[in-house]
Design a protein around this ligand. Structure first.
Ligand SMILES: C[S@@+](CC[C@H](N)C(=O)[O-])C[C@H]1O[C@@H](n2cnc3c(N)ncnc32)[C@H](O)[C@@H]1O
Length: 254
């Protein structure tokens, strides 16, 4: 890993590295890997512009460090040297949670402001040599075929604009036996710890409205892409009701 010097570069959504060239030789985030996804930003329209920055700044406390991300990383259980990817890494709660495992962690993040936060956070982190920050999205993973041991996404799945493309990318980039854990909190569940606060504020169901139907659709897309052991369902993680999709890349894949 080179120095994290290269300031955030956003050249119309192409995958310029935010953290230097790929010295891990792991196929993740190398400058040679380019995706064309037909537009200048891979993320959801809601993640663009000043309104998105304002929204994410407000969410900083729960995006900086979160028990949900800790629980997801514990479930994925990366091992030393494994190449893992946090898709829609935000401000790095999952990335930071994964550093003690010894894995090499790629933070894939389509929102330029959040990549800047990630890059700064990486710079001051003692495990920065194992953290890579890259522009990308679920639908355009900046990783070579069969190069990933595990991938997860926390509260990001509902932002994906094209679940089929995302599933195809996961199938392409995971090594045989590689594992996937996708988790979206169910803010509409009355058991959710924020339910009372949201009701007191007069909020209806969370605006992303991610539902078991969407989780099932994601699972179907993963199955169609050739992944195995695909399951979609409801679980409680870190005391939060969540929609969870799990899958593996078949050992015959790759
Ligand atoms: C609510 S934040 C969650 C961030 C982080 N995973 C966490 O738990 O704090 C949603 C994230 O999804 C990202 N995102 C938006 N569109 C995406 C896409 N198509 N693929 C991957 N991530 C996306 C956003 O930029 C943002 O970082």
């Amino acid at each position: 890993m080179s120095s994290p010097s290269s300031a955030e570069q956003d050249h119309g959504g192409h995958h310029d590295r935010a953290a230097g060239p790929d010295h891990h030789g792991d196929g993740l985030g190398g400058n040679d890997h380019r995706h064309q996804h037909g537009h200048g930003h891979h993320g959801h329209a809601n993640d663009r512009g000043f309104a998105a920055i304002r929204r994410y700044v407000k969410q900083t406390p729960r995006m900086w460090r979160s028990e949900l991300n800790d629980a997801v990383v514990a479930d994925v259980a990366p091992t030393p040297g494994e190449r893992v990817v946090d898709i829609g890494a935000g401000m790095g709660a999952g990335v930071v949670a994964a550093t003690p495992t010894g894995a090499v962690i790629t933070a894939v993040e389509p929102t330029p402001f959040l990549r800047r936060v990630l890059t700064a956070r990486r710079f001051v982190h003692r495990a920065r040599s194992r953290i890579i920050v890259v522009d990308g999205a679920a639908e355009a993973l900046p990783a070579q075929d069969g190069s990933i041991d595990a991938a997860w996404a926390v509260n990001a799945m509902h932002h994906w604009v094209d679940p089929r493309a995302a599933a195809a990318e996961l199938a392409r980039t995971l090594r045989p036996g590689g594992r996937i854990l996708l988790v979206d909190e169910d803010f509409g569940d009355p058991e959710h710890p924020d339910a009372a606060r949201r009701a007191a504020k007069g909020h209806g169901p969370h605006r992303h409205g991610f539902s078991p139907v969407e989780a099932e659709a994601m699972a179907d897309a993963l199955l169609a892409a050739g992944l195995v052991d695909v399951e979609a369902g409801k679980r409680t993680l870190a005391g939060r009701p969540a929609l969870v999709v799990t899958a593996r890349s078949g050992v015959g894949a790759g």
